[in-house]
Design a protein around this ligand. Sequence first.
Ligand code: HEM
Length: 183
Amino acid sequence: MVNKAVEEMVVMHHGEAMWEQIRAKAGVDVEVFMSNEGYPDEITYNLVGAASELLKTPAAEILHGFGEHWILHTAQKGYGGLMQANGRSLPEFLRNLPDFHSRVAMIFPKLQPPRFACTEITDHSLNLHYYSHREGLAEFVVGLMIGLGKMFKTPTTVRQTAAKAEGADHDIFEVTWIPAPRS
Ligand code: HEM
């Protein structure tokens, strides 16, 4: 499902021919990704690496863009019901995020999802803790948060305050938004 979404994003912005180049450079011989099939993580990392080289864009920027695309296209269009059920505002959605992938796992039994926790919750901010066995996806999480802000039409900023890549136990992001006026 993830690889299919990468393909869709590349084709949308850069066309079929660029996708074929990226797939070839990444050494990926799968021609059609099946969304309910599990693939080795290596395939996704290789696709991001090849896209970064061919599009002359840092991998972090690609992951950030992919996070937004995931929310605004993949999740919202393909899984609107699941997304709506998780919350009607950004803060509600984030507070329910820790349980989100357990519902996704009912559709994708092979899922190896990340774990999230929320602390320091105020009416305009919280700390999002991200635990994953995968490396290097912090910028993807930032893109996901920005995508959620856009989905809820809520101006959102994200600042990473702890990084596993720099020796911390896990990644922490301070997510800040402008609260909706009380009605
Ligand atoms: C209906 C919407 C969603 C679906 C169907 C979905 C599904 C998935 C799938 C299939 C993976 C790959 C894991 C694997 O293949 O084992 C994944 C990973 C991930 N998802 Fe979701 N997801 C959704 C929404 C979200 C949202 C809203 C967030 C956070 C805001 C999120 C955060 C992540 C992250 C950070 C990963 C990276 C994997 C890792 O760190 O181990 N996802 N998700």
